[in-house]
Design a binder for this molecule. Structure first.
Ligand SMILES: [Mn+2]
Length: 356
């Protein structure tokens, strides 16, 4: 495996490449062109400039997270082909830039959903948290106003103001889309992009839905072992793979994370590894990476990745906000650096104990 950190680019991230370079064992970053909108074609020059900047800092660009999929594709609208053409053009440019990993998701309307961005834990750190009862009390528009008001109510990151204005249209778009239609739209999208992935050896790595169940009545399909194996089979190409995100699949306590990893041998192209602390099955917070701070056995997760011969990029996921750092919630330097060091330690121990 290659240990990496997510980095949003020098114009958007509070963390610098020079800082990332100093985390022991972190050799690459996962980045994106953060100011491109879903549906835009990524220009080759911009991709090459990003890559050059990262390489000049002594790191590698290990992959892209994310190239976002336009809602027209997910909803299967008549104009979806135009947007898929643009997606293919972006993949073509990424391939020309020698980039071989693309993370994406197929969640309708929202990206990951949390109800609090700064829940205070007993040690004074603040973390992202989710409470289903809080979500059930609100409709999506109320969620929006609670973000803009920055109250202590529910907050949904990733809900950009221009998307907020179109929230009703977005929901309308998915009115007739159930799980089966969403699967069919995903299949259509994958079948159309696989030739360019084959040509440039680009691994597509779908990110699970987070939380791994339906919110606001929207369909969600990348949520469990059964569905993800169905997806692997419906477009049976090694370039059709997954981002294994322990913190997202782990939101549903019925998901056996090590078992899921073992069942996806050869199809996990990218791994996000983090821990969650459950206060109840529908209330969780993003703990430190250490097993004893949360509800998951991180050793078993890393062991499963080792057992399947995982060689792709891995990254610590959302970190806590500690030591007074001010950064994008989940994406500070300090706790993610601790996470990377801890995961590297687990990996070294597993590797050496297997060689003996
Ligand atoms: Mn993730």
């Amino acid at each position: 495996m290659q240990m990496t950190l997510r980095w949003y680019g020098s114009r958007f991230d509070t963390v610098t490449l020079q800082q990332i370079r100093q985390i022991p064992g972190v050799t690459g970053v996962i980045s994106t062109l953060y100011d491109t909108a879903p549906g835009d074609v990524w220009e080759l020059d911009a991709i090459l400039a990003l890559k050059k900047e990262i390489e000049e800092a002594g790191l590698s660009l290990a992959g892209i997270e994310s190239v976002n999929v336009h809602d027209a594709i997910k909803a299967g609208l008549p104009e979806c082909d135009r947007y898929i053409d643009n997606y293919i053009a972006t993949l073509e440019n990424l391939g020309k830039a020698d980039i071989h990993l693309v993370c994406y998701n197929f969640m309708p309307v929202f990206d990951w959903t949390r109800t609090e961005l700064a829940r205070v834990r007993p040690d004074g750190s603040t973390v992202l948290a989710y409470n289903q009862e809080a979500v059930d009390k609100l409709n999506p528009e109320e969620m929006f106003s609670s973000i803009s008001g920055d109250t202590n109510g529910a907050v949904m990151p990733g809900w950009e103001p221009d998307r907020m204005e179109h929230i009703k249209e977005l929901f309308d778009m998915y009115r007739d889309v159930d799980d089966e239609k969403l699967f069919a739209n995903l299949k259509y999208f994958l079948e159309r992009i696989m030739p360019v992935c084959d040509k440039y050896d680009i691994n597509m790595a779908i990110h699970p839905d987070d939380p791994a169940w339906s919110v606001f009545g929207l369909p969600r399909i990348i949520i469990n072992k059964e569905n993800i194996l169905r997806m692997m089979k419906m477009v049976d190409n090694p370039h059709n793979g997954v981002t294994f995100c322990s913190g997202s699949y782990g939101t549903n306590l019925k998901n056996d994370l090590p078992d899921m990893i073992r069942s996806l041998k050869g199809r996990i192209h990218f791994a996000h590894v983090r821990n969650l602390k459950f206060n109840s099955p529908t209330d969780f917070e993003e703990a430190a990476h250490l097993s004893s701070d949360g509800s998951f056995d991180m050793y078993e997760i890393m062991l499963a990745l080792y057992d399947i011969g995982f060689t792709g990029p891995i990254r610590p996921d959302h970190g806590r906000m500690i030591w007074g750092e001010v950064a994008m919630p989940g994406y500070g330097l300090y706790d993610r650096a601790l996470g990377a060091a801890y995961l590297n330690g687990l990996w070294e121990a597993i590797e050496k104990s297997h060689k003996k």
